[in-house]
Design a protein around this ligand. Structure first.
Ligand code: CP
Ligand code: NVA
Length: 309
């Protein structure tokens, strides 16, 4: 259906798409992946023909940059890597002005930045879809890949139990949104002082719970997820955080309390011996490499969806 408002659709959090739309993006991601792998990708071949994606990075990235850039290249489009170090954004040009200018030239913009308010302001002034490629508060693109991976391995995630062990960070907040949009129960274990956003927890208290004991959180779980204890921007807190999070490592002993067929995910980069053991990350329950690859397919489906609005 054509977008009647002339306002572009953005993807700043998982709440920007309704559950039906999110599930169709996941399905399309799985289809596009299969088409790519069988080499019979003709219909999808040029979905980004002559389209340009601007990619603003104010933080480091491996997976996000490569997946977005490859997605555009594989389907006839082009991606521009714009580091804040080398653009006027880094020298203080207002975010509103940058948005007005860039969105008159490119077809979509992806941003990785610090404050979530910054991407909201950027989106407000943009004439084209804006995609959140990670802020301090959310990482919704990663959740598309995570849900795709679960669906590929186990079928629908609706009605399942997911456990988050570790920091109540941007990934954890996005898992709370995912619990609501994809209809699963989320059991979080984090140390006191490292909770996810309180308003999100309250708004989703019918399906989200917090405990201080990882053993409780993983009981009966279908998917156990963790992330680094010190996110980008928290490098100075690394040592203090390692102390606060000791006892929150996902390892074989903890995983044995989840369901027998429970999966382990991590958005990466991972720190073996801290938030997860090496055996966990590299072991049979881990689907982290598939999860990383699915960034490519999920973001293709997302961008196709946004461009078609
Ligand atoms: N998971 C993730 O977003 O990885 P990068 O920081 O490498 O992009
Ligand atoms: N929570 C991590 C995720 C990295 C992909 C960070 O924000 O650094």
């Amino acid at each position: 259906m054509a977008n009647q408002t002339n306002k572009p659709r953005h993807f700043l959090t998982l709440l920007d798409l309704d559950p039906g739309e999110l599930n169709s993006v996941i399905k399309r991601a799985i289809d596009m992946k299969a088409l790519l792998k069988t080499g019979s990708d003709q219909a999808a071949d040029r979905v980004f023909n002559n389209k340009v994606l601007g990619m603003i990075f104010e933080k480091s990235s491996t997976r996000t940059r490569v997946s977005f850039e490859t997605a555009m290249a594989q389907h006839g489009g082009h991606a521009l890597f714009l580091s804040s170090r080398d653009t006027q954004l880094g020298r203080g040009e207002p975010i509103e002005d940058s948005s007005r200018v860039l969105s008159r030239m490119v077809d979509m913009i992806m941003i990785r930045t610090f404050g979530h308010d910054k991407i909201e302001r950027f989106a407000e002034y943009s004439k084209v879809p804006v995609i959140n490629a990670l802020t301090d508060d959310y990482h919704p693109c990663q959740l598309l890949a995570d849900v795709q991976t679960f669906v590929e391995e186990r079928g629908s995630i609706a009605g399942k139990t997911v456990s988050w062990v570790g920091d109540g960070n941007n990934m954890c907040n996005s898992y709370i949104n995912a619990a609501r949009q994809f209809d699963f129960e989320l059991k979080i274990a984090c140390p006191e002082g490292f909770d996810p956003k309180a308003d999100l927890v309250t708004a989703n208290s019918d399906r989200v719970s917090i405990s201080r004991d990882p053993k409780i959180a993983v009981q009966g779980s279908d998917l156990v997820v963790t992330d680094t204890w010190a996110s980008m921007g928290q490098e100075d807190e690394k040592t203090a955080r390692e102390t606060a999070f000791s006892g929150y490592q996902v390892n074989g002993e903890l995983m044995s309390r989840a369901h027998n067929d429970a999966l382990f995910m991590h958005c990466l980069p991972a720190y073996r011996g801290l938030e997860c053991s090496a055996e966990m990350l590299d072991g049979p329950d881990s689907v982290v490499w598939q999860e990383a690859e699915n960034r490519l397919h999920a973001q293709k489906a997302l961008m196709e969806f946004l461009l078609n609005q």
